[in-house]
Design a protein around this ligand. Structure first.
Ligand code: AQP
Length: 334
């Protein structure tokens, strides 16, 4: 089986965009690939995090992996910082990655512009840590949305560069991972602006539906979300981005195509459609939330899954680290 690695940052609590764009697809592909899914807490601290908030968001994300249907007997689940090799490989790769490659990263430029002088070295180095996450496990495929494609290209370049610098007698050290392109309809936009991505770190909690939002909160957020003054509920990405996004969400949570959802909702008023959407979301999220709260009440099972996951991941990672250090000329301990 091809190996897939993917992660989620505990920069907040997971929302329905994370669910549709990542978790749901992970679950659907669980039998097809060999999977390693992790909560990338080391990535999260590239922007400031409150320590208590980070710990809770990390465990919450891991519990949601399970609650949403990741089966630990099929997929490996762990917390990134529990496998020390991520940091170790990151340093080794830092030393072969030209600064100019990182300076070209659009996401860094955008985030750095917002943060001004306080931007950290860690944020600049984010793509090299991502390269470590992937190359450590010799991943074949990495699920990426549009915004991560440039990073994955960089990971491939780092892999090539390392192989050409240190690969012995044409033997490659790292695989060159390929993108597993995500369906573009799974890109979910914010509730307060249909042209920007729903995001867990946005300061406005009303801009997203969190997977863990109780029914009343879902209802209130949908009631208040941005709409438009056109008649009918139809998809029109350019002219009616908010309407298109909400229709897309409705289609996804009722397991229909966009065209099917449009056929049902075309003649509806906003009031009728919002009621339908609210009910669909609440019904879909309810069993996930029940499972989640069970897992968080008694955390020993969750912690055991994470411990076993990190042990298994470490065993693969150590093999790669051993090879890499050997190629680079480090003296071993035995
Ligand atoms: N709005 C979205 N629609 C579809 N998929 C999304 N993902 C994120 N937002 C959406 C997917 O979720 C996975 C985890 O992403 P991440 O934690 O690495 O960070 P992100 O992509 O930057 O997600 P957020 O929620 O926007 O977090 P912040 O606010 O911290 O930047 C990825 O597979 C991503 O594609």
């Amino acid at each position: 089986k091809l190996r897939v690695v993917s992660g989620v940052q505990p920069t907040g609590y997971l929302h329905i965009g994370n669910y549709l764009g990542a978790l749901r697809q992970w679950v659907l592909n669980q039998d097809k690939y060999e999977n390693l899914f992790f909560v990338v807490d080391l990535h999260a601290i590239t922007v400031p995090q409150d320590p208590k908030g980070l710990a809770d968001a990390t465990l919450s994300a891991a519990a949601l992996f399970l609650a949403c249907g990741i089966d630990p007997s099929k997929s490996t689940i762990f917390i990134q910082s529990h496998v020390k090799a991520h940091v170790e490989l990151c340093w080794l790769l830092n030393c072969i990655t030209p600064m100019g490659w990182l300076e070209r990263m659009i996401q860094f430029k955008e985030k750095a512009r917002k943060q001004g002088e306080n931007v950290s070295v860690g944020l600049f180095d984010y793509p090299v840590l991502m390269a470590s996450d992937i190359l450590l496990y010799q991943a074949d495929l990495v699920p990426v949305g549009e915004d991560q494609q440039q990073h994955l290209e960089l990971v491939r370049s780092i892999s090539k560069r390392f192989n050409s610098l240190y690969g012995k007698k044409k033997k490659v050290v790292f695989k060159e991972p390929k993108p597993l392109i995500q369906d573009s309809t799974s890109r979910i936009m914010a509730l307060d602006d249909g042209t920007s991505k729903m995001s867990k770190s946005s300061p406005n909690d009303n801009s997203r539906i969190n997977i863990l939002d109780p029914p009343d909160t879902v209802k209130r957020k949908i009631q208040r979300c941005k709409t438009d003054s056109f008649m009918g509920i139809v998809s029109d990405p350019v002219g009616r981005p908010e309407c298109t996004n909400l229709l897309n969400i409705y289609a996804a949570f009722t397991d229909q195509s966009l065209a099917q959802a449009e056929a049902t909702c075309r003649e509806m008023s906003w009031g009728q459609f919002k009621k339908l959407l609210t009910d669909a979301l609440i019904a879909y999220l309810e069993p996930i939330q029940t499972k989640y709260h069970e897992l968080r009440k008694e955390e020993s099972y969750l912690k055991q899954v994470l411990k076993e996951g990190s042990e298994y991941a470490s065993s693969i990672a150590q093999e790669t680290i051993g090879k890499v250090k050997d190629c680079m000329g480090f003296v071993g301990t035995d």
